[in-house]
Ligand binder design. Structure first.
Ligand code: ADP
Ligand code: MG
Length: 202
């Protein structure tokens, strides 16, 4: 099923980029983001492979709890709420409308948990841009195949756009203007997670 595929591929991409994410977080944070997420997504893979869950919402809630329990840091509860909220609308068979609704829920979850708005140089910027791009594409009649490209491209552009921003949330906010010129680690990991999603939806 796409959910297990997504979790396995996301975990693989995070593991492959562990050092890259650690490096980004070393520059504007405390160098643990790659380690936190690698640990968390490995735990998620263990969870989905053993979970005997037929209810999609329950499965996503379990993924969310696993992330909160194993990622730690600021990002654990943020990703946790994103997954729990996506599960409220996710289904075994996806449609463009459901994909758009899932991304909207993720955005709502991160926003509420992080008290964050657009432009604060966080993971939120990536989830919001992808949700906006997908909603726009769905309004224009895009099918799932087209959405895959929309997700992948908008995630890359949005993560890149955090480079020029000043961090005003999380640990990076202490560095203020000194964060300019560096990509936000949570934006980079969100790009990887959403690109993995784009490859697994069908
Ligand atoms: P910590 O900052 O506790 O070490 P991580 O390194 O795992 O946690 O995650 C840092 C990432 O979390 C940041 O790069 C940013 O994207 C995200 N983040 C931190 N605080 C917030 C917030 N309030 N709202 C949204 N995202 C946030
Ligand atoms: Mg950190």
């Amino acid at each position: 099923m796409w959910i297990n595929q997504w979790m396995r591929l996301a975990a693989e991409r995070i593991t492959d980029n562990r050092e890259y994410l650690i490096g980004l977080d070393r520059t504007i944070g405390d160098a643990d983001h790659g380690e936190n997420l690698d640990r968390g997504f490995r735990a998620v893979v263990d969870y989905v492979e053993t979970a005997n869950e037929t209810d999609v919402a329950e499965l996503f809630r379990g993924i969310g709890y696993t992330l909160i329990a194993h990622v730690g840091g600021a990002s654990g509860p943020l990703f946790g709420s994103a997954y729990t909220r996506m599960g409220e609308v996710a289904t075994k068979e996806l449609t463009p409308t459901i994909i758009a609704a899932m991304l909207d829920r993720a955005v709502g979850g991160i926003q509420k948990r992080g008290h964050v708005v657009a432009g604060e140089k966080t993971m939120f910027d990536v989830w919001l841009s992808v949700a906006d791009a997908v909603n726009h594409a769905v309004d224009e009649g895009a099918d799932i195949d087209q959405l895959r490209d929309v997700i992948s491209e908008s995630a890359e552009v949005a993560a890149q756009a955090t480079v020029d921003m000043v961090a005003t949330k999380g640990r990076a906010a202490y560095l203020g203007e000194r964060t300019i010129g560096h990509m936000d680690p949570g934006a980079a990991s969100s790009q990887l997670i959403l690109q993995a999603f784009s490859e697994c939806v069908n």
